[in-house]
Design a protein around this ligand. Sequence first.
Ligand SMILES: Nc1nc2c(ncn2[C@@H]2O[C@H](COP(=O)(O)OP(=O)(O)O)[C@@H](O)[C@H]2O)c(=O)[nH]1
Ligand SMILES: [Mg+2]
Length: 358
Amino acid sequence: MEVGIVGLPVSGKTTLFSTLSGQAAVGQAGGKVDVHRGVVKVPDERLDRLSEIFRPKKTTHAAIEYIEVGGMEREAASAKGFDPQFLHTLKNTAALCVMIRAFENEFHPHPSGNVDVNRDIRTVETEFLLSDLSIVENRIERLEKQILKSKEEVSVRELDLLKRCREFLESEKALREMQFSEEEELMVRGFQFLSAKPLIFVINIDEKEIKREAEILSRIPEKPHVKVIALCAKVEQEISQLAEADRAMFLEDLGIAEPALPKLIHSSYDLLGLISFFTVGETECHAWTIKQGTHAQKAAGEIHTDLERGFIRAEVVHYDEFMKWGSMAKCREHGALRLEGKQYPVKDGDIMTIRFNV
Ligand SMILES: Nc1nc2c(ncn2[C@@H]2O[C@H](COP(=O)(O)OP(=O)(O)O)[C@@H](O)[C@H]2O)c(=O)[nH]1
Ligand SMILES: [Mg+2]
């Protein structure tokens, strides 16, 4: 699962990325298209507790890969569209995190001269719409030529769909707000439109304004499939560099209830409609990532294709129920373990043992 981190220059992308990934990405404010990649484990207290109980040799958290991509600076507010490398790098991302600058920093001034959150949000949204529009227009042009030569039905349907996309984009609406049939969804997916991707605006607030977070967020208009969260990237970076023991005091001094990074990671997870189920044992405790609504047999395939192929049944107990009894033996004794079939929709927090035969 990949999530892109993008945004205008000097908005704090590299600061956030290196904090998330624990990698010292040397940031080039306003530089060329530089790309940083890092795998980030999804914090999950439930998995930590399970590990304390099972004491396995190995504990594996769910993971998200974040990719920071520079390059929005290049074409800012032009109709030329983004650098092809920028688009290519974001191609496989399932969602985008857009950094929006709300902090003051006289040594690193905002490229537009002043801080204006809603202006920057509009700028980024417009850039995404224009980028998609130019892709749509190119494709429409080609399809029209093609249809003149041979009038294939699929092409006609695609053309019709793209014309509707164009109309949508021209009315300044993101494609993520458009309703698609299943077939259309597949057609559209191939283009990897930026305005169709689920989006998180990360408002990078000033260290002096952390306590005003709620007020800052309340001024940002709500949109479908768009999440908005606020954090101070610089402070988050400082927190991540502290020894565990010093963190609590630092947070208290700043008036922060909890670090924002887990919030961001969980937001990415929620936005993508992802949930976790667990496998547990003395060898390994493991959190697995699936889409909400995935059936047990398909979920088993996340663990191993053999488990999906030879799936018989899943033995399931929800984490909350498990914690009531404290061990698998007790769960069994009290009838808390259920047998579920192929079609069982796995719930977030289910602990599963797959019975299979290949
Ligand atoms: N005061 C302040 N400075 C920040 C904050 N976040 C980032 N910066 C600074 O702004 C500069 C640009 O940040 P960077 O992460 O490189 O931005 P990028 O161009 O979007 O990757 C760096 O000097 C950061 O230390 C913040 O929350 N507060
Ligand atoms: Mg950078």
